[in-house]
Design a binder for this molecule. Structure first.
Ligand SMILES: *Cc1c(COP(=O)(O)O)cnc(C)c1O
Length: 389
């Protein structure tokens, strides 16, 4: 047995290699097949993956593309969104949820979030709708669906399409219905840190409407149909065969990966509660919507009393990974300086960006590592309490 008094090891925020290691042989076999086929674009794995994902997400139509960011852009392009149009979106999200709107010359209108789940607040959406509203983009943040039943109800009452940003939420569901199957279109990312992560960039769009899915495919292929005849000005956005081959391997293990993430999240809830830091008001646990099946792409706590950055530095000094998703809300980004965004109060968004802290969560994170994370968090508060005494 090793010495007990060794310097305690760090805990990575994420270890992609450790997650991938058990499937190494499967990856090599799948990638070798692509290499030998020479079909690096439009290979059979792409079509196979689209079919498998249609089954997994319970949607009839899946269109692969080059990234989650492209999926969102293509969704809005296919909806003819342009100058003068307004799109309602949360400000507490990743940039791509909003840049797809401004790229097309349309105007983002920012809804606030529910403090517990960090997801867009349906009431806030409703009060922002005008005749100019041409789409609503709810983001299923951290792997938990927004209140998508209510959002779709509000949207359909005004005949407004819903674009689900499900980049962090593949496999998630609301009232047992999968993310990406609710709106006019669902947008997914295969960025390596996502729950179904590739070995590079990739994305996909889901739709229950076959004609709309066909339009998405048209826009993703330069608007070209037939060859060298361009019906619309699209973009070039393809999921390549190597990524599709990798993703097919990973899809086989996605159920297990989500189960592990869920076990880890439950354990964080328990360990943090047992630490007393929840009861004494230092830390707030992520809130679970009882209608949602959460896939835990992120485990997001709130650090109360203005001590988030101090705790994060303390963790970093002890080599414990953490991250802030997201430190600057979209309405405060430099690139949007001087833009006068319409909203109806973003107090919860701004508060969340100051308090949120994301702890390590990935399928192969061990119980010992989790205990170490909690131990370091506990010692941060113990040291502070001693200093105050
Ligand atoms: C990752 C992400 C995207 C963009 O996906 P990419 O594949 O990195 O382009 C969009 N929206 C959200 C909420 C994301 O987390």
């Amino acid at each position: 047995m090793a010495h007990q008094d060794q310097a305690p090891s760090g805990v990575p925020l994420l270890d992609v290699n450790r997650d991938n290691a058990p499937h190494r042989e499967e990856f090599i076999e799948a990638l070798t097949e692509v290499l030998d086929s020479g079909r690096f674009l439009f290979g059979p794995d792409v079509t196979e993956l689209e079919t498998e994902l249609a089954g997994y997400c319970q949607v009839p139509n899946v269109v692969g593309c080059a990234s989650g960011s492209d999926a969102l852009l293509l969704a809005l392009m296919a909806l003819n969104i342009g100058p003068g149009d307004e799109v309602i979106v949360p400000s507490f999200t990743f940039f791509a949820s909003v840049s797809c709107i401004t790229r097309l010359g349309a105007t983002p209108v920012f809804a606030d979030i529910c403090p517990g789940t960090f997801n867009i607040d349906p009431e806030s959406i409703e009060s922002l709708i005008t005749d100019q509203t041409k789409a609503i983009i709810p983001v299923h943040l951290f792997g938990q669906c927004a209140e998508i039943d209510r959002i779709c109800q509000i949207a359909s009452g005004h005949d407004i399409p819903v674009v689900e940003d499900a980049a962090q939420a593949i496999g998630a569901a609301y009232n047992s219905r999968p993310a990406g199957s609710w709106g006019t279109v669902g947008c997914f990312s295969f960025y390596p840190t996502k729950n179904l992560g590739g070995m590079g960039d990739g994305g996909m769009m889901t739709s229950c409407d076959a004609a709309f899915a066909d339009r998405l495919r048209l826009f993703a292929g330069h608007g070209m149909r037939p060859r060298y005849y361009h019906q619309v000005v699209g973009i070039n956005s393809r999921l390549d065969t190597f990524q599709a081959a990798v993703l097919r391997v990973k899809l086989r293990h996605l159920g297990d990966a989500i189960e592990n993430r869920s076990t880890i999240a439950d354990r964080y809830d328990r360990l943090l509660t047992e630490s007393g830091l929840v009861d004494n008001g230092e830390i707030t646990l992520p809130v679970r919507d009882s209608n949602a099946f959460h896939v835990w792409n992120q485990y997001a706590i709130r650090v109360e009393n203005g001590r988030r950055d101090e705790l994060r530095s303390y963790l970093a000094e002890r080599k414990v990974g953490s991250e802030i998703y997201y430190p600057i809300p979209m309405h405060q980004q430099q690139c949007f300086e001087g833009m006068d965004f319409r909203h109806n109060g973003l107090a919860e968004t701004e508060k969340a960006s100051l308090e949120v802290l994301n702890l390590p969560i990935f399928p192969s994170l061990t119980e010992a590592e989790q205990c170490r994370v909690i131990e370091v968090i506990g010692s941060f508060y113990a040291v502070a309490a001693k200093a105050a005494a």
